[in-house]
Design a protein around this ligand. Structure first.
Ligand code: DGY
Length: 320
């Protein structure tokens, strides 16, 4: 029997997999993040960790767990919270949950595109605040999507799923990515690859779908916003620090760009105070994968990963 520590509350089917495999499961059974000191205590002696994206998985945590630790199964597709190099050095397998949250996250990206371009957040705030309003020919005019260009940064699974949705709304798609997408995908989406400068200049909506790493830190900052159309929108469902939030707030305030839709933030759960002042920003609290079905699939995939490693098998989705 191995000891599996789950660092936060996850859907029960994930825990069932771990228990059915005969493991002792120790869960921090709360929606609130566990204080770090307590977490360092909890992981002591663990053979496997199921971690949430709010935990920093670093040398300190691995030291606290001990040499017997075999696997860190992150319950997220993004793994910027996991020091993969340190795991590798210590022979700890690290896994994530790609694939299962693709459609849910693309739904939120498309939702943010619609909310930002059609000013739905502003409209909702007007009604809820009791502000008088009346239908008017020029009242709260937004931008239509037909024949506009969606620029996708990172045409992986979520980027492609967002592009599919945008195509259904009549948009054209261009993308920038580290590597060329497969020809069939380009043909399906009618998309072609351009460099970031071209993407910035031509996009009516720019949607971020790249992983966060030192290479993508503040990928969008003052210079990039200045290079965009004043009628353009930025949407981020990837990771907050891909955008320089202070620069985005300035660009929104000065109408260098028309609007933004953000699901993720640089310093979650804090939101830059200047962004809160921007009527043209739609702000939602990291809901990309927040459906019952998706969170259940993430938990069961993470559990499958942990169980496989503990059984001496190749996990379904290792981080390579
Ligand atoms: C992930 O899995 O990386 C998502 O951000 C969770 O919503």
């Amino acid at each position: 029997m191995s000891r599996v520590v789950v660092t936060g509350r996850i859907p029960k089917p994930g825990l069932d997999i771990l228990r059915r495999a005969g493991h002792e499961v120790d869960v921090w059974d709360s929606e609130d993040q566990q204080p770090r000191e307590q977490l360092l205590e909890q992981v002591r002696g663990a053979d496997a960790l199921l971690t949430l994206l709010t935990e920093q998985v670093d040398a300190e945590l691995l030291d606290a767990a001990g040499d017997q630790l075999q696997v860190v199964a992150n319950v997220a597709v993004g793994y910027n919270n996991v020091d993969v190099e340190v795991c590798r050095e210590r022979g700890v397998v690290a896994t994530n949950t790609p694939g299962v949250l693709t459609e849910a996250t693309a739904d939120i990206a498309m939702g943010l595109i619609l909310m930002a371009t059609r000013r739905l957040g502003e409209g909702e705030r007007i009604i809820r605040s009791g502000t008088p309003w009346q239908w008017g020919m020029f009242y709260l005019l937004g931008s239509g999507l037909q024949r506009k260009t969606l620029g996708v940064v990172g045409l992986g699974g979520i980027g492609a799923a967002t592009a599919r949705r945008a195509r259904a709304f009549g948009m054209n798609v261009i993308y920038s990515s580290r590597s060329q997408a497969p020809r069939e995908l380009e043909l399906e989406l009618g998309a072609h690859r351009v460099d970031l400068d071209t993407l910035l200049a031509e996009s009516d909506v720019l949607s971020l779908h790249c992983p966060y790493s030192p290479a993508t830190h503040h990928l969008l900052g003052p210079e990039q916003f200045a290079a965009m159309k004043p009628t353009a929108y930025v949407v981020n469902t990837a990771r907050g620090p891909v955008i320089d939030e202070a620069a985005l707030a300035k660009a929104l305030q000065e109408r260098q760009i028309a609007g933004a839709g953000l699901d993720v933030f640089e310093d979650e759960p804090q939101v830059h105070p200047d962004l809160l002042e921007c009527e043209n920003a739609v702000l939602v609290p990291h809901l990309g994968s927040a459906t019952i079905e998706t969170r259940t699939a993430m938990a069961t995939l993470a559990a499958d990963n942990a169980v496989a490693v503990l059984a001496g098998e190749e996990p379904p989705t290792p981080i390579r």
